[in-house]
Design a protein around this ligand. Structure first.
Ligand code: 4NP
Length: 162
């Protein structure tokens, strides 16, 4: 099983949405028995909480699912997950500060390094925005997650649709 962890600050907006979008693509491609994802926040602000209602609006609108509860990123995640994908540069830097060893270049990634429209940019924090901010996050997560899944398939040629 390939395990992916998406990480933002609060774990109620961007990263649970990324998890739902990515899991939806993985299901569509028949890879759900070989790839799974989860999400976490670098902060402890929303531990145990459901995703933000605006995140759930998007999840429902696009026929996705989420049973997620907020959890905080932990150093043990470096052993539990093959890939850790940060939503923005600040969270990426905070994750890297916790790296037990090495530079993490084959394990820790920035989400929008996989976005062909806005490469290397942050997934903007929609928490203080309206529903339109969440729609924008959905669109760029969809592009990024598609390309990230292509990257995984190239990296792991043994992945086979079931
Ligand atoms: P997220 O958004 O990092 O995408 O989950 C935020 C959620 C909550 C807060 C900040 C960002 N907060 O400050 O509580």
């Amino acid at each position: 099983m390939i395990r992916v962890l998406f990480v933002c600050l609060g774990n109620i907006c961007r990263s649970p949405m990324a998890e739902s979008v990515f899991n939806g693509l993985v299901r569509q491609e028949g890879l759900a028995d070989q790839i799974e994802s989860d999400s976490a926040g670098t902060s402890d602000y929303h531990i145990g909480e459901l995703p933000d209602p605006r995140t759930m609006e998007i999840v429902n609108k696009y026929g996705l699912v989420s049973n997620h509860r907020g959890q905080q990123f932990n150093v043990s995640d470096f052993t539990d997950f093959n890939y850790i994908v940060a939503m923005d540069g600040k969270n990426l830097a905070n994750i890297k500060l916790l790296l037990p060893s090495g530079d993490g270049k084959d394990q820790v990634f920035l989400m929008r390094n996989f976005d062909d429209q806005g490469q290397g940019e942050d997934v903007p924090d929609p928490y203080w925005s309206g529903v339109d901010g969440f729609e924008n996050v959905y669109q760029l997560l969809l592009r990024s997650c598609k390309n990230f899944l292509t990257f995984l398939k190239e990296k792991h040629p043994s992945l086979k649709p079931q």
